[in-house]
Design a protein around this ligand. Structure first.
Ligand code: HEM
Length: 52
């Protein structure tokens, strides 16, 4: 996931939040992102894309 394009990461975070993506056992990712704002998801996507 590190080095991933921020656009892709942001789409996945939003997909988990909306429930569109559900391949996280027990809703792990959903629990992580459900209370985050768009701005916070953007900050995470930007951070993740900078990890290497
Ligand atoms: C703020 C911290 C986190 C961020 C930014 C994050 C980000 C992501 C992203 C972007 C994906 C999609 C990866 C892909 O499509 O290649 C993902 C998948 C996933 N994450 Fe997280 N995650 C976080 C925390 C967690 C935590 C704490 C857990 C477990 C409790 C977790 C469990 C999972 C699982 C199970 C998947 C699905 C893996 C699969 O596709 O098989 N994540 N995460």
């Amino acid at each position: 996931m590190s080095g991933q394009h921020p656009e892709y990461t942001l789409l996945q975070l939003k997909a988990f939040r909306s429930g569109e993506r559900q391949n996280d056992q027990g809703g792990m990712m959903r629990t992580v992102v459900e209370r985050l704002t768009d701005q916070e998801l953007e900050a995470l996507a930007s951070y993740v894309s900078g990890l290497n």
